[in-house]
Design a protein around this ligand. Structure first.
Ligand SMILES: Cc1cc2nc3c(=O)[nH]c(=O)nc-3n(C[C@H](O)[C@H](O)[C@H](O)COP(=O)(O)OP(=O)(O)OC[C@H]3O[C@@H](n4cnc5c(N)ncnc54)[C@H](O)[C@@H]3O)c2cc1C
Length: 178
């Protein structure tokens, strides 16, 4: 499985003059907020200084059950799993051993919600680095039209969730959305 293409924000993309919600920070929380709001037809803009998602920022290895359930609700769980480096079935145990090729001392199976457990949860967790999650969420934000809700009808027709990364020429104070 390969990681998705890094989501790069078009530097020529202009910041909309008005938005209903301005989200400062396009980490998992900001992007998830944009997906949630955008799906409800609420226009929002994520302002994030990182133009691309860095692979050199090692954070997060396990997306837990609740995170995966949110992704399922947004229709993104399968997409995330497709881009994860390991299928979940390869990473459900924790093994203690004397060395990588040494003797196994102890094994815990079905850890961290990575294996199905009856009807306790709708989605098992997934081992995946944070940059995969952020790429999937950035892509989802870019795909979101704002449509269908009463909030959307009050919004400009072009309203949608947008990720906007300031470039040096666009950081003029007072140039931002209201
Ligand atoms: C080593 C490590 C391992 C971890 N492992 C796991 C794990 O296995 N599972 C798990 O669920 N979690 C894990 N975490 C925690 C997880 O990384 C955080 O919970 C998560 O990143 C929090 O998301 P966030 O969006 O709140 O913040 P962040 O990810 O920190 O995002 C904040 C964003 O705001 C941007 N920003 C900063 N300043 C400004 C500004 N002035 N204006 C606009 N934007 C700004 C930043 O560029 C950044 O993109 C781990 C963390 C670390 C450090």
């Amino acid at each position: 499985m390969t990681a998705p293409e890094p989501a790069v924000v078009d530097p020529t993309h202009s910041l909309p003059p008005h938005t209903q919600v301005l989200i400062a920070g396009g980490g998992p929380v900001g992007l998830a907020t944009a997906v949630e709001l955008g799906r409800r037809g609420i226009a929002c803009v994520v302002v994030e200084p990182r133009r691309t998602v860095s692979r050199a920022r090692p954070r997060c290895k396990t997306l837990n059950v609740r995170t995966m359930e949110h992704l399922r609700r947004w229709g993104l769980a399968d997409r995330l799993r497709k881009h994860a480096p390991l299928p979940v079935s390869w990473s459900q145990d924790v093994v203690f051993c004397t060395s990588l090729a040494g003797r196994e001392l102890s094994r815990f199976t079905g850890v961290l919600g990575l294996a199905p457990d009856g009807d306790r949860f709708a989605e098992v967790g997934q081992q995946a680095p944070q940059y995969v999650l952020e790429d999937v969420l950035r892509q989802a934000v870019r795909e979101l039209p704002a449509a269908g809700s009463s909030s959307a009808r009050r919004s400009p027709p072009s309203a949608r969730a947008t990720t906007w990364c300031p470039s040096p020429s666009r950081t003029t104070p007072g140039n931002g959305p209201s």
